[in-house]
Design a protein around this ligand. Structure first.
Ligand SMILES: [Zn+2]
Length: 203
């Protein structure tokens, strides 16, 4: 049987936005799961996470990744990202991707493309997986399937697509992985949620 402690959470944020004060909750969560990858979205966020992991002896469990999130589209972070890659400080590049969910985000498409291209280049140069955030922008991801195929792994976080889209992605990018977003406000346990997702995909 699948135990909660055997799960690896491929995408979460230890400290970004509203979770910033919940140190106890974060520590408790990290002890429960088998492992996880926490995505940094700014320099401050990254260093806060790094310190938390060191203070709580979680380095064997919690890995860090870093990326220019499509919400922020801050190209000036590219140099910092490469610094982290050079220093082998992160296990993956991300979140990167496309978010065209709102009119405001649609206006950022060009900068999202620029940040995406730069991050794919860096992921290939340093042979790292990417963690993809994608809402309403799957065609831009698919257009770069050949580049994505050259990476060790491609993780679609919070995947909201249907079975056909998942199959299409796996046929174009065989090393695709999918994670599904669990939120505390859902009226079910994480275990029940995982079961529900697996049944949705007939697994
Ligand atoms: Zn995220």
């Amino acid at each position: 049987m699948l135990g909660f402690s055997s799960l690896f959470d491929a995408h979460f944020h230890l400290f970004s936005t509203k979770n910033v004060k919940n140190v106890e909750i974060n520590a408790e969560f990290c002890q429960k799961i088998g492992g996880g990858c926490s995505c940094g979205v700014s320099k401050d966020d990254f260093f806060t996470q790094k310190a938390f992991i060191q203070q709580n002896n979680l380095s064997s469990k919690i890995k860090l990744c870093y990326g220019i999130h499509p919400w922020y589209g801050d190209f000036s972070q590219v140099d910092f990202l490469e610094l982290l890659l050079k220093g082998d400080e992160i296990c993956a590049v991300g979140e990167t991707g496309f978010d065209l969910f709102t009119p405001e985000l649609k206006e950022k498409l060009e900068i999202q493309k620029i940040c995406w291209n730069a991050q794919l280049e860096l992921a290939e140069k340093y042979n790292k997986p990417v963690v993809i955030h994608c809402r309403k922008g799957l065609k831009f991801v698919v257009a770069d399937s050949k580049k994505l195929c050259r990476l060790p792994a491609v993780v679609f976080h919070g995947f909201g697509g249907n079975v056909q889209e998942a199959q299409m992605l796996m046929s174009k990018i065989p090393q695709s992985y999918f994670s599904f977003a669990f939120k505390r406000k859902m009226k079910m346990t994480p275990r029940e949620y995982v079961k529900q997702v697996l049944s949705r995909y007939d697994i």
